[in-house]
Design a protein around this ligand. Structure first.
Ligand code: HEC
Length: 142
């Protein structure tokens, strides 16, 4: 084997290794959590949704539980400490959902609106980091 073909093989092996550890199929509860998050953003971003205190209150446990599932997913895989950022993001979402609950209890449309915006602004942060389009549906990047 020439030096050049050996270098080439090593590169191919490295590339193959990368694709092997690239992404996992999400568990069902993760997908469900994401669908709930999407329904929340869609409904609560509509004009005047922030005046619907009762509906906002219903979304508090839904959003909180959804991101508890997300947090659990990475907590369970964090033995080597690769996922602190993802865990922190999920915890922020849980905290923001509670803040939204406080705003709803105070009947503060401004508070609700700001919580919804804060929550919505973080979806892309994680998707850029961890979401990958697979052949049939999204995958979770390692
Ligand atoms: C901490 C990381 C993280 C955060 C925050 C996050 N997501 Fe996701 N999301 C993912 C990952 C990873 C996937 C790919 C796996 C999957 O599809 O379930 C995904 C997939 C999705 C999907 C596709 C679900 C499907 O059909 O497979 C939707 C819709 C979605 N997210 C919406 C949202 C919305 C809306 C928010 C913000 C309110 C959000 N996500 C916040 C990580 C995150």
């Amino acid at each position: 084997m020439t030096h050049r073909s050996r270098v080439c093989c090593a590169a191919a092996v490295a590339l193959f290794g990368m694709t092997l550890q690239a992404a996992d199929k999400p568990p069902d509860d993760f997908v469900k959590a994401m669908k709930e998050a999407a329904a929340f953003v869609q409904e609560m971003s509509k004009p005047d949704a922030e005046f619907n205190f009762a509906r906002t209150k219903q979304y508090v446990p839904i959003v909180r539980d959804a991101f508890a599932v997300v947090e659990r997913y990475w907590l369970d895989r964090n033995q080597e400490g690769h996922y602190f950022k993802d865990i922190a993001l999920a915890e922020e979402m849980i905290k923001l959902a509670s803040d939204m609950g406080v705003a709803a209890n105070l009947e503060s449309p401004e508070g609700i609106k700001s919580s919804v915006q804060e929550l919505s602004s973080r979806c892309k942060v994680c998707h850029d980091l961890r979401r990958e389009q697979g052949p049939d549906g999204f995958l979770i990047k390692n």
